[in-house]
Design a binder for this molecule. Structure first.
Ligand code: KG4
Ligand code: ZN
Length: 326
């Protein structure tokens, strides 16, 4: 089954072809990161306009790179939410137009489910039951999956998402946008033990909290003897990673997970991957960095599993900007 995936929930216009939910045939992305960097964050109206500009060329590129014509595609998967309404609408309209014109089955995919299914594109088959930590710009969710497409939430952030905390602290330290990769880069030059930063353990739960940490960084940064940015970046990253690792490890033990997965943009973080590889009680599977951040191959992969399970959406499918996974 060859599925065309379309993703436009935030600031990447993306299209990809995936076979059988596991094999990437192509993965085309037009990124707007540089444009939004001048404003220090994503400007929704500007994002929608860029999506309109790029959506057709990106779909054409995905087909060309897979050396396929639209006649050889078996179905279309599109991100229906969560995300920016105006951005989501562009991908959704393109997907519906293609599905209608070529009489192809259409399925809407939750963007977060897409991040989880990037793990099926790794060449390593995750085994159920599993525990997955989703860490993106907008979400931090600890998820239990007893089988395909079934999710139970074990924990979530009570305030900022992990990626959001990286982005805000990156801006504070004037390291550039997006903050995640910038902090990771700066941290390699820093010593995580120089600056003391707190960890919100919330010991009775598997929930997370990053706003106290963010405030602690701000206070340090505004103090009279300001530490080196590299040392703050290293200490901040270590504090976030410590809590993510410990809660996921506990969840995997409690639930008898046979695999532990990482998903979402922050899953590209080297230090996080290194600690997961060393400390998880079950085999650890994670996507390569280019499949951690937003892309359409992950949407096609998740869509393959949904279509294979017999799911279909009609042309009345709508976007859901605040859609939840569980
Ligand atoms: O999943 P994603 O591409 O978009 C959302 O769905 O939100 O995640 C983007 C987030 C941003 O907050 C970005 O700073 C973070 O992922 N990120 C990283 C790294 N690469 C991207 N955070 C930490 N370390 C990285 N290497
Ligand atoms: Zn994402």
């Amino acid at each position: 089954m060859r599925i065309l995936g379309i993703e436009s929930s935030c600031d990447e216009t993306a299209a990809a072809l995936v076979a059988d939910g596991r094999r990437e045939l192509s993965n085309a992305i037009a990124s707007q990161v540089e444009m939004h960097a001048q404003w220090g964050g994503v400007v929704p109206e500007a994002a929608s306009r860029q999506h309109v500009h790029w959506i057709v060329p990106v779909v054409e590129r995905a087909l060309a790179e897979a050396a396929l014509s639209i006649e050889q595609v078996d179905g279309i998967a599109v991100t229906k939410g969560p995300g920016l309404a105006g951005s989501l609408l562009v991908g959704m309209s393109a997907a519906k137009a293609l599905a209608w014109a070529r009489d192809l089955p259409l399925v809407g995919v939750n963007h977060l489910e897409g991040h989880v299914y990037a793990n099926w594109l790794t060449g390593v088959e995750p085994r159920f039951p599993l525990v997955c930590l989703i860490v993106s710009g907008g979400h931090t969710d600890l998820i239990y999956m007893p089988e395909h497409l079934r999710y139970e939430r074990l924990g979530r952030t009570r305030d900022d998402a992990a990626g959001e905390a990286f982005d805000k602290v990156g801006r504070m330290l004037e390291l550039g946008y997006p903050g995640g990769p910038a902090i990771a880069r700066a941290a390699t030059e820093g010593d995580p033990t120089v600056v003391p930063l707190p960890r919100a353990w919330l010991p009775e739960t598997l929930d997370f909290s990053f706003s106290g940490l963010k405030t602690a960084v701000l206070r340090l940064w505004q103090s009279s003897n300001r530490p080196r940015a590299a040392d703050v970046a290293a200490a901040f990253q270590e504090s976030v990673v410590d809590v993510l690792v410990e809660k996921t490890r506990r969840a995997a033990l409690e639930r008898g997970a046979r695999t532990v997965l990482l998903a979402g943009g922050v899953a590209a973080n080297e230090r996080l991957r290194e600690r997961f590889a060393a400390e998880m009680p079950a085999p650890f599977v994670y996507p390569p960095p280019r499949l951690c951040t937003d892309n359409a191959a992950m949407i096609a992969a998740a869509g393959c599993f949904r279509l294979a399970a017999g799911e279909r959406d009609g042309l009345d499918l709508d976007v859901s900007p605040s859609l939840r996974l569980v």
